[in-house]
Design a protein around this ligand. Structure first.
Ligand SMILES: [Zn+2]
Length: 460
């Protein structure tokens, strides 16, 4: 039995190490580490399987780095540097993925969890978000270890297992553990930025968006209460009518568009690479900023960069067609531009609604990471890593319009950046959390090269 076990282990290890990075990513996709909002639905055995798979796939990493499992399934890997006086650097990613929306399974070109490699692509849920991050960093570290690389500056990897449902167990616990270890980082890189191949402003060059800030998050709950009763004798204003009125006002009074620092920095960075009149416009944002903001506001794709967005997302009232409910409730989700506060948004919404019979409550998202410095050393390292692999790329700071685990790491690092070196088109980016998520094989291979360069140059 023992011999059989040893033989199996050897076989597992050898098949893992003979596989290519592409095959390993495909295999990681097959392990269904799905996060569900209802945590009792989560199959944690899959998370254990993935961690076991990482261990056999990256033997040098798991033998030479200090490995800790935090909160059962999240991983903390520490690679000590040779110079203790230097602050370490932190690389983060997450192992969980979102489910496939029921009813859309057949819309995929290849099943979401089959890990099919075809047409120069790896298909599947998690290829872009965010197994490429975890696997790409580990591939890079394994290669560097095999080459005998010794970092001067310490390197830490932190892989959370519940980013898609808040990161409260994964990233939050990893951050707590790092505080306990008294770690403080020169800079860190999380997911949330990439190379865009088809930016209309830069038709001939890929644009690497290294996000230095992300938007805040706020959900407001509106409740209208009032007289209910039989629908044969209705009140003049129903709770549903009152609530609908409030919601219509909210939607009709969006926040004003404006350019914030990271977006201005993006335009200033690309200015030298565009023709006139754009170059003039981007070089003189003090004069043209208002026009640029309102242009971006006209397009659904660019609107989130220039505006605190308002999204009516839930509504609930009534239990029977012939009963007027006494209570109607709705939720509105806002994504805040840097500089806007939850209190400010709520104040504005209160004025817009102007109805004391609609009560407002909210759960502010406490931790919005501050804007990081795009002139600091970490940004420079990322920028050099990108251009070492894509010499034609323009590397710009930008604003992430979604949220990441990054907020859990506030205070641990002087600067927080968001970037994985994968190239994609704008259309492909919309497959994240959607249908037909895939990564180009070549792009994945290059993202590993970028990760290598970030580790190597960052730890110098
Ligand atoms: Zn993600």
């Amino acid at each position: 039995m023992l011999r059989f076990f040893v033989a199996m282990t050897v076989l597992l290890i050898s098949t893992a190490s003979f596989a290519s990075p592409v095959q390993r990513l495909a295999e990681a996709v097959r392990i269904q580490t799905i996060s569900y909002q209802e945590r009792e639905r989560i199959d944690y055995a899959q998370f254990q399987r993935l961690n076991d798979y990482l261990r056999v796939s990256y033997p040098l990493v798991f033998a030479r780095l200090q490995v800790e499992t935090v909160s059962d399934y999240s991983l903390l890997l520490r690679w000590p540097g040779s110079d203790d006086s230097l602050k370490p650097i932190l690389f983060t990613a997450h192992t969980d993925v979102v489910p496939v929306e029921p009813g859309t399974e057949d819309d995929w070109a290849h099943p979401a969890f089959a890990g099919v490699v075809a047409d120069g692509r790896i298909y599947g849920r998690g290829t872009l978000d965010d197994k490429l991050g975890v696997m790409g960093l580990l591939e890079a570290a394994e290669q560097l270890l095999a080459e005998g690389f010794v970092p001067r500056r310490g390197i830490v990897f932190a892989f959370g297992h519940d980013e898609e449902i808040s990161g409260e167990q994964g990233a939050a616990s990893l951050a707590a553990r790092m505080r306990e270890l008294d770690l403080h980082f020169e800079w860190m890189v999380d997911e949330g930025g990439m190379l865009l191949s088809d930016n209309p402003l830069l038709p001939d060059r890929p644009m690497a968006m290294v996000n230095v800030a992300e938007k805040g998050y706020l959900t407001i709950t509106l409740v209208a209460t009032g007289e209910g009763g039989h629908s044969s004798n209705p009140p003049r204003i129903s709770t549903i009518g009152r609530l609908s009125n409030a919601l219509a006002r909210i939607e009709a009074n969006p926040f004003e568009p404006r350019l914030v620092g990271p977006v201005e920095a993006m335009f200033e960075t690309i200015a030298p690479y565009v023709g006139q009149p754009e170059r003039f416009v981007f070089n003189n944002l003090w004069l043209t900023g208002g026009i640029v903001a309102s242009r971006m506001d006209d397009e659904r794709l660019t609107l989130p960069f220039v505006r605190t967005t308002t999204a009516l997302t839930m509504i609930n009232a009534g239990v029977k067609e012939n009963v007027v409910p006494q209570r109607a409730e709705a939720k509105v989700n806002f994504r805040l531009l840097p500089g806007d506060t939850a209190e400010g948004v709520v104040e504005y919404i209160r004025e817009v609604i102007n109805d004391p019979q609609v009560t407002i409550s909210y759960d502010p998202w406490e931790n919005v990471p501050p804007i990081s410095d795009h002139q600091a050393a970490g940004f420079q390292v990322i920028s050099e890593a990108v251009t070492a692999v894509y010499p034609e790329a323009v590397v710009t700071p930008s604003l992430l319009t979604a949220t990441t685990d990054t907020r859990h790491y506030i205070g641990l690092s002087d600067n927080q950046y968001r970037f994985h070196g994968v190239m994609m088109s704008a259309g492909q980016a919309s497959s994240i959390h959607g249908t037909n998520e895939f990564i180009d094989v070549r792009s994945y291979e290059k993202s590993i090269l970028i990760a290598r360069e970030m580790l190597r140059r960052g730890a110098r």
